[in-house]
Write a protein that binds this ligand. Structure first.
Ligand code: SF4
Length: 255
């Protein structure tokens, strides 16, 4: 099934190679969305969420085509609008989540995080781990308080799943940077049968040995995923109960 999906994936991945950025152009952050209040995106905190535009991966199960495929990008929300909003919410929310897309592709991520920290908000950063150098710099400058990194697949399957060459080594470096830091973090995997089968879990768990938190999430089939052919695999998708069972066996630190 995986090979079948891959061969059928050609159109999506041809576009991906053409568009997939290594950095998102522009001096300011390209912000495609602002969720003003969330109780579920920053563990233990009421937070706002900023969604950045652009991603260098093309995970077939991705729900965020409006943040991944440039032809679907909306006009970016000006960075100052977000910063003004945050200043007005001091005392009302407890943190900011920066997610994507892939936030570490943003040229001005460090400048933006510095401004958010100056306002006084704790920051959670979601990343696919493809930019260890950016991650190292952010940690060195103490610009984030929580990191959530996706583990997409065993290392040898990364290129196949994400369609980004040479990403496995970078992902491995990012994992090590996070594990070597004192930062509160979590790793997480979307189980999307048949492209991310449960048989891959032991290898993924071995990549993050030493972590205190590893969370499994269920692929939710929706019409807006990047590779709609994955929907043909729905009968093989895991139920919520199955994913809860896998979490109890392979997950670390609860959900
Ligand atoms: S799931 Fe995340 S890493 Fe994968 S394509 Fe979507 S935004 Fe990028």
């Amino acid at each position: 099934m995986f090979a079948k999906l891959r061969s059928k994936n050609k159109i999506i991945h041809t576009r991906a190679r053409f568009f997939a950025p290594s950095v998102v152009d522009g001096e300011n952050m390209k912000i495609g969305g602002l969720l003003k209040f969330s109780l579920i995106d920053y563990p233990g905190k009421m937070a706002a969420v900023v969604f950045t535009q652009g991603c260098n991966f093309r995970c077939p199960y991705c729900h965020n085509s409006e943040l991944v495929e440039p032809e679907y990008f909306c006009d970016p929300i000006p960075e100052d609008t977000v910063l003004d909003f945050l200043e007005k919410r001091i005392g009302q929310i407890e943190g900011l989540v920066v997610t994507g897309g892939e936030p570490t592709l943003q040229k001005d991520l460090i400048g933006f995080l510095t401004k958010v920290k100056d306002i006084g908000f704790p920051v959670k950063l979601d990343t696919n781990g493809s930019n260890p150098d950016v991650l190292r710099e952010i940690l060195k400058l103490n610009l984030v308080d929580y990191i959530a990194m996706d583990i997409k697949a065993p290392l040898e399957k990364y290129v196949q799943l994400t369609d980004l060459k040479d990403c496995a080594e970078r992902v491995q470096k990012s994992i090590q940077i996070i594990l070597d830091s004192d930062l509160t973090h979590e790793f997480r995997t979307t189980l999307a049968a048949p492209v991310v089968p449960v048989e891959d879990l032991p290898k993924m768990v071995s990549l993050i040995e030493g972590t205190k938190k590893y969370r499994l999430q269920r692929f939710i089939p929706r019409d807006n995923i990047l590779n709609k052919e994955l929907l043909e695999g729905i009968p093989e998708n895991f139920s919520e109960e199955e994913v809860a069972g896998f979490q109890s066996v392979w997950g670390i630190g609860g959900n």
